[in-house]
Design a protein around this ligand. Sequence first.
Ligand SMILES: [Zn+2]
Ligand SMILES: [Zn+2]
Length: 466
Amino acid sequence: MADPKPDHADPSINEKLADQIQREWLFFIKRLPENTIARLGAVKFTLLVLQLLLIISNHVYHLGIWAVFVRFSTSHRNNFNQAVYHRTSGGLDFTKIASLHLWRGFVVPSLFGCSAYVITALLCLRHELYHWKPELLEHYGRVVSESRFGFLIPKRWLDFCFQVYKQKHEEHRSNTIQPADRKHDALRDTVEFRRVLRQVGINLLVSVPAIFTMWMALLQTEIETQHILELPRSYVPPVQGVVWYLINDMFYFYPHWIAHSSSLVASGPSPSNNNNIKLPLPRPVLRFLHKQFKESHRLHHRCKANIGVAAWYCSVWEQILFNLFPALVGPVITQILADLFGLSPTWGTHLVTLYVWIAAAAASSVLAHTGYRSMWNDPGQHDLHHERAFDPKAACNFGTFGVFDWIHGTKSQVPAKDAAAWRGQRDRQAALWEAAERSGVPLTESQKAVVKQPVHDGKEWVRKDV
Ligand SMILES: [Zn+2]
Ligand SMILES: [Zn+2]
């Protein structure tokens, strides 16, 4: 490393050095792990790790965790059924329940789905609370230290905590996609926050009977009858995942698009192509559906900028129609098809794949609503949907996968461009830090704050004026 230069050295030297560093292949290699995660996001990254574990288990070394779980849950279920059967002394025949495999097919996936939602929401909330202004916290700190019991808390501790918070607050602001003043009411209003928690709690409970119904449907097929102790073949879950994702996209897209298509009830010429719905359904039916869906969807769109925990802040009917049905119908469809064509042993829905799918769907739902871009999550696509929700000229991104948005021309290019620009800024920042280390010239304040949320220009929006 070069000798440290005095403070008044030309800071543009770092810019030139950073240009050169960004062209070095070693820099590209160094940035690769972080950039790969930033492109994939937490959910896809976890799925990739699980896929690698499955390949190892299939081809290199058998990981017997699943077999242990099956044996354990079977013996647990049998013991439970026997105990209950003896106690009821013939009143109710609980042996019938034994054939339903309720532990593996209903209890465990329900737990997976609900806990994935709750854990992801709590992790996101940890960041979202950095939204509060540090001035307010400073005021509370002063009140505490000036109180009668203030002498019990060392001032240095309070100052340290405050500094950490201030730093996190800055980071939060620079990663928040929409302006900070648009944040969800729940972060300002305790009553609204409690309302969100109550409705989300109800919707989490609603997901339990929905998973039960899905399991009852799956039990009408040959599920769990063959090779129960084996994990699926490694090539099956990725194919099923894509098919389920497409099915989820389709069943989410259409009711969602109808809910936002205000042109259905507008008099006169339609203001936009985006909402100019063309579906093989009679207009009065579409209009009726729009009225029903829009009313209930308004609750979900109370705020332009959302928070993770409010992902399932919607009416119970919307939860069933928009969130649960699209996610749970895919595994049932593929299992029925595999059964019909006699492919069930290989291509049938495996419970392990189902667990991962349910947990991933719940976590993705939360992550799509954080409005906070980080290395682990980019909610840009759905965030833009919330930003323009009921703007008849610019509403977009009604699906999850984006395929049906692409087919109907309602997909916006803005989120992908923003994410690419943001990753470019992160690379530049890393190159600048390395340049400062090499040249010994400290970075200027503006050189330290290269990473900012790209502000999307009105012109970049897919405004389709007719
Ligand atoms: Zn949403
Ligand atoms: Zn919407």
